[in-house]
Design a protein around this ligand. Structure first.
Ligand SMILES: [Zn+2]
Length: 246
């Protein structure tokens, strides 16, 4: 056994038992334990840690802890390596829809099991979104993000702060239901599927080839764009893109 002292910063404290929050504490570590092993044993998933200081110097997850080490862990704030393609766990359906609305490729199925989510993320190069810290401790998982917020719009804001979504956002270019890219479609082709009021007032439409839904820029579009703008900091010029979900 060796004894090392840990201090977790900012939102990483959410993962700790109450008596260990916002303070340095000493703990016994198994022989040959790495910094990563101990950080996860204390409750913090590796995906959530941005950088470490070991004895005041930049340290790595692979560090074998030695007697008297002090480890400071800081949250992941700008995960430049994380793909902007996502797989959301079964509890984040509303966030998945908001991400699709913003144009991000986001897989979601409330029947997904944990193994399946981790396998999809590895195979397709996706970032796992979850509020399940155990899922993020999976060794084979490379990129993940724990959402501290409960409300979907706050979750979107949190994710955007970490991965900088705004430059890659393409609002209303993806089907909210199927996650497939929408394609522009001629009015004549969809005329029979349009309500009378829309037929008279709109000329630009997109459609999803999987579910055959038709989208146009209605009042809903304006409200949703304002909401996305607030959550991920979109430029107002983006409002010239897009079509609407009626
Ligand atoms: Zn669809």
């Amino acid at each position: 056994m060796v004894t090392a002292t840990f201090r977790f910063h900012e939102e990483l404290n959410d993962f700790l038992s109450r008596e260990r929050r916002e303070r340095a504490f000493a703990t016994d570590c198994a022989r040959a334990a790495t910094a990563k092993h101990m950080i996860e044993a204390l409750g913090v998933p590796h995906t959530e840690v941005g950088h470490l200081l070991v004895n005041g110097e930049p340290g790595s997850f692979d560090r074998l802890l030695e007697e008297g080490d002090t480890v400071a862990a800081y949250p992941q704030r700008a995960d430049h390596g994380a793909p902007h393609r996502f797989v959301a766990d079964a509890h984040l359906g509303a966030l998945a829809r908001l991400l699709r609305m913003a144009g991000f490729d986001t897989l979601y199925d409330n029947a997904y099991q944990d193994e399946e989510i981790v396998a999809i993320a590895g195979r397709e190069g996706r970032t796992v979104l979850t509020r399940d810290r155990e899922l993020l401790k999976r060794r084979e998982l490379e990129h993940g993000c724990y959402l501290h917020a409960i409300a979907p719009q706050a979750q979107l804001r949190e994710l955007s702060g970490r991965l900088v979504l705004a430059p890659l956002a393409r609002p209303f270019t993806r089907c909210l239901h199927c996650n497939l890219p929408l394609r522009p479609v001629a009015k004549a082709e969809v005329l029979a599927r349009l309500p009378e009021s829309v037929r008279l007032t709109h000329d630009a439409f997109t459609t999803c080839d999987a579910c055959a839904r038709v989208f146009w820029k209605g009042s809903h579009h304006t409200r949703m764009l304002a909401m996305l703008g607030g959550a991920i900091g979109l430029e107002s010029s983006l409002s010239s893109l897009a079509s609407d979900n009626a």
